[in-house]
Design a protein around this ligand. Structure first.
Ligand code: HAM
Length: 420
């Protein structure tokens, strides 16, 4: 019997692992510059930690956790995310007594029993950060900017930072009622999932992808119109700070998060290049989480990035092929020998240069130069050799100039160095 890896749990092979190391090293350096220090927590925790923090009525807790009983009869779970474990650790070790504003980051595997597809796995990896001990909107803005900086540092292509506020215990219940009231009026047109969520977790309906639900959800009331004074002020202050440094973001009033601990600011870094798995990173504020876990009130905010998704995006980003500065087209034995020598000298000088190794027609060689995107083509034939004059063509403009063969290669450098 051939034993293979478990579905949705992947090996990371040599050749791939270098990109992982690059992401991890970049995170360590960049987050370090913002004052974040690494914390390592176990992969297995008591099940209760996740049910209490993530929320009973979430997809994660309802159907995606790897939960089992160990030999001692304890109910344990492979962590589906990192925030709950980090909060557990900082409460258990009272880290908040050492530092009123704790800035922590972590990395490692997470486990969710989801249907595997591109960008969605059962064992996946996150790099996450948590800042705990301040409710100040400047902390939200700083963390958002740090996430954006990370994207820039690794060269993440075409992502959008989306922002929303999910309110607090003061304003969310009223909004919830308004949303339920609206959804009830259209209950018949909603999909079975939305009908079920209508009472258990009505805000999750806003996330529904079923086409039939869209016209109804598009008209649904939004949290941003129901924020209390404190949440409104907080959200505006976050936006102002982001605007002050011209950080790019857009509002997504329909963004809801799959975990219940969020309050106020919520955000996602999204792409449209990964099909349904649009969130590359996501997070938000969780001002009540430590209290809900039996600790003191410690407002906090954080995010986690999906490493597999970051890597998929980086692999998709097509880096344009380098273009030769010079292509040498030569016809006849003597010109080809000269071309070969000149090619070597040009390359030794530090330029990317190329020529056709086969003895092909001028037309075929020019086609090749064009396909490679060569900036200049040097044309060498028997006549040129006799007259000590070769044509140097600038491909973009089509302009040609005469260059003395006896002065080569030195007389080529000024031309190749010029911009254009
Ligand atoms: P999350 O939105 O559940 O948030 O996950 C964060 C990121 O992990 C997602 O945006 C995605 O990139 C990646 N991810 C999630 N599930 C999978 C999967 N099955 N396969 C591949 N990648 C996945 C959290 O986990 C929160 N703990 C984030 C946070 C930190 N909030 C505050 N602090």
């Amino acid at each position: 019997m051939k034993i293979t890896a478990i579905k949705g749990m992947n090996d990371i092979l040599p050749g791939e692992v270098e990109l992982w190391q690059f992401l991890e090293q970049t995170a360590q350096q960049l987050f370090g510059r913002y004052g974040y220090r690494e914390i390592r927590v176990p992969v297995v925790e008591k099940t209760e930690l996740f049910t209490r923090s993530i929320g009973e009525a979430t997809d994660i807790v309802e159907k995606e956790m790897y939960t089992f009983e160990d030999q001692g009869g304890h109910r344990l779970t492979l962590r589906p995310e990192g925030t709950a474990s980090v909060m557990r650790a900082l409460l258990q070790h009272r880290l908040y007594q050492q530092d009123p504003l704790l800035k922590l980051y972590y990395k490692g595997p997470m486990f969710r029993h989801e249907r595997p597809q591109k960008g969605r796995y059962r064992q996946f990896h996150q790099i996450g950060v948590e800042a705990v001990g301040s409710a100040a909107p400047l902390l939200d803005a700083q963390i958002l900017i740090m996430l954006w900086d990370f994207g820039q540092a690794i060269g993440l292509p075409e992502v959008e930072l989306q922002l929303n506020s999910l309110g607090c215990d003061q304003c969310r219940p009223d909004y919830r009622q308004a949303l339920i009231h609206y959804l009830q009026q259209h209950q018949q047109q909603l999909c079975p999932d939305c009908q079920r969520r209508l009472h258990s977790n009505p805000m999750r309906t806003l996330d529904c992808k079923v086409p039939g639900c869209q016209p109804i959800l598009a008209q649904a009331p939004i949290m941003l119109d129901h924020l209390c004074g404190t949440c409104e002020e907080h959200f505006q202050a976050v936006r102002t700070a982001l605007d002050d440094v011209q950080a790019p973001y857009s509002l997504n009033p329909r963004m809801v998060r799959g975990l219940d601990y969020y309050t106020k600011t919520a955000f996602e870094l999204v792409t449209d290049r990964l099909g349904a798995q649009s969130a590359v990173a996501a997070g938000g504020r969780y001002d009540k989480l430590t209290h809900d876990l039996g600790g003191p009130d410690l407002p906090g905010i954080g995010f986690a990035m999906g490493m597999e998704r970051l890597i998929l995006l980086l692999q998709q980003a097509t880096t344009p092929a380098p273009q030769p500065r010079l292509f040498i087209a030569a016809m006849g034995p003597s010109p080809r020998r000269l071309a070969f020598k000149l090619l070597h000298q040009t390359q030794s000088q530090g330029y990317y240069a190329d020529m056709e190794p086969e003895n092909k027609s001028l037309k075929a060689q020019m086609r090749r130069a064009d396909r490679l995107g060569a900036h200049y083509v040097l044309i060498l034939g028997e006549d040129e050799l006799q007259q000590d004059q070769a044509q140097l063509r600038h491909m973009a403009s089509g302009e040609q100039q005469q260059v003395a063969i006896s002065g080569m290669p030195q007389n080529l450098w000024p031309v190749l160095d010029a911009t254009g």
